[in-house]
Design a protein around this ligand. Structure first.
Ligand code: ZN
Length: 93
């Protein structure tokens, strides 16, 4: 089990991480986040760091998924380019 990276205070899309919550049913560390729309939500850190969750759900649209799919098709099995600046960018699939 890798060490938990402290995400408090960081922003991912519309989400700003407030504090560590606990663990989800998969054993992954979860974080309490506040969305730009004002809702709070609990998100696994891996989803935040991979850029897979960027809002409480209010901004997750079909267009977003389509864009992700286009990016992956273009770059093959490389990292999702928009998230390359993340310190622990990794192969997503
Ligand atoms: Zn929201």
């Amino acid at each position: 089990m890798p060490a938990t990276i402290d995400l408090a205070g960081q922003s991912f899309g519309w989400l700003t991480v407030v504090r560590r919550c606990g663990r989800n049913k998969h054993g992954a560390a979860t974080w309490l986040c506040v969305c730009g729309c004002g809702q709070s939500t609990e998100v696994a850190g891996t989803l935040l760091r991979r850029g897979l969750t960027t809002s409480c759900g209010c901004r997750r649209t079909r267009a977003w998924f389509e864009n992700q799919r286009r990016v992956r098709n273009r770059y093959g099995a490389s990292r999702v380019s928009a998230r390359d600046d993340y310190e622990d960018a990794e192969v997503v699939f």
